[in-house]
Design a protein around this ligand. Structure first.
Ligand SMILES: Cc1cc2nc3c(=O)[nH]c(=O)nc-3n(C[C@H](O)[C@H](O)[C@H](O)COP(=O)(O)O)c2cc1C
Length: 387
């Protein structure tokens, strides 16, 4: 276990330094590797907000923070100490915290780096005031903020009353810090799923009402644009088979006109719908969008032999690949125009598929002209295409 300490006080050997070092010493005795950084000896500038780190992944400011970035990469834990200054963390500790942005951002941030999440954190505060509850709201908030950054905050120590009694003179404090150090050295890294669940819980706990408001707003937007019905449709048909999908399309006009929901479903399921509508045009719709042309005058034989690559692109008729695929009968769709089954179009293929019938103007229930179809069309799965 690699642990780094940061002492955010101008006093090299002050209360904060003594407290942080005590925890590190104890963790070290339990076998942890420890390294301490003391703000009083380092040059750490405030964040310049240039966002170079978002673009390049590295902080553009050239100062001693570079040493800490390097150590943080392999650190499993951080002990962050700060004196309370005017009811908050010191400027040194705040500069350090802001500069963490180059490596550690919240999960919802575009520059979130999963590999840096889940580091253990012990927060150390020292204050002149003897009342440990005095700055509770701020300390709890800060703890929550570090949890949002996906530190696993395992302890928070508040050393009080240093104005009258220095930390190293306070009876019993050393033992408490020893226990915290030992606990830190023994702590286990959480899995990324546990970490993610924790992060979600943190956000929820900290801002439940805001979350509810956003949820309600989202539900209203979905309702207004009919997306709630779309979700329901996709959920209901999540496992639809080719055959069932063909039943859904049977009886439509020669241009089956997939609804937006059906188009989404075809993309999700990887279905490709093939149909002919005008006298020379063959359409591929769904997981593949392409338009093929044929020679509609060809009689008693295929008016066109369309060939697809494995990713659903139509292969050019003049290419060597086309000739090779036709020879091997690979990904071939034979297109018959006005010469089979009394239909305008019939599609045949070695690609596993199911078929459906379209009707000129759609199937008329009153006429019950079941035999008067326009085209026998097909649906196949894009995963059936081979290289
Ligand atoms: C500028 C300044 C502001 C301070 N503000 C507070 C404060 O708001 N509340 C408090 O309890 N102590 C305050 N203190 C006292 C320090 O928090 C306390 O002495 C601390 O233990 C110093 O830590 P160090 O020895 O590591 O520097 C302040 C001290 C300074 C110098």
């Amino acid at each position: 276990m690699n642990i780094i300490g940061f002492i955010g006080s101008p006093h090299k050997d002050g209360n904060t330094a003594w407290t942080v070092n005590k925890i590190l010493e104890s963790a070290g005795e339990q076998g942890a590797n420890t390294q301490v950084f003391n703000a009083s000896e380092l040059n750490i500038k405030p964040c310049q907000g240039c966002l170079a780190c978002v673009k390049s992944g590295a902080c553009a400011v050239s100062d001693d923070m570079r040493l800490i970035y390097a150590a943080l990469k392999t650190a499993d834990a951080l002990v962050l100490g700060s004196p309370i200054y005017m009811g908050q963390m010191s400027a040194q500790a705040k500069a350090f915290t802001d500069r963490l942005f180059a490596q550690i951002t919240p999960r919802f941030s575009p520059s979130f780096k999963e590999e840096n999440a889940g580091k253990k954190l012990v927060l150390v505060w020292t204050q002149g005031n003897p009342d440990g509850e005095k700055f509770k709201a701020y300390l709890d908030y800060t703890k929550q903020m570090f949890a949002m950054l996906e530190f696993d905050v395992i302890d928070m120590v508040v050393v009080t009353g240093t104005r009258t009694e220095a930390a190293n003179e306070q009876a019993g404090l050393g033992d408490i810090l020893n226990r915290i150090g030992a606990r830190l050295a023994a702590s286990q890294k959480v899995t990324s799923t546990e970490q993610e669940n924790k992060a979600i819980t943190n956000i929820t706990d900290s801002d439940n009402s805001e979350l509810e408001r956003v949820k309600a707003e989202l539900a209203e937007i979905k309702r207004r644009f009919g997306l709630d019905k779309q979700e329901e449709f996709l959920k209901t048909h999540a496992n639809i088979t080719l055959k069932e999908f063909c039943v859904m399309l049977s009886g439509r006009d020669c241009q089956p006109n997939l609804t937006p929901d059906e188009r989404l479903l075809t993309e999700q399921r990887g279905f490709v719908v093939v149909y002919g509508d005008s006298d020379d045009r063959v359409e591929f719709e769904g997981a593949v969008t392409a338009e093929g042309h044929t020679n509609p005058l060809a009689k008693d034989g295929p008016a066109g032999v369309l060939v697809l690559s494995e990713d659903g692109k139509l292969i050019d008729e003049d290419s060597d690949l086309y000739a090779e695929y036709v020879k091997k009968n690979r990904n071939v769709v034979n297109v018959f125009y006005c010469c089979k089954e009394g239909l305008n179009w019939v599609f045949e293929s070695n690609i596993p598929h199911e078929t459906f019938l379209t009707y000129d103007g759609g199937y008329d229930e009153e006429l019950d002209d079941i035999d008067n179809g326009f085209a026998r069309c097909m649906v196949f799965e894009i995963s059936e295409l081979r290289a």
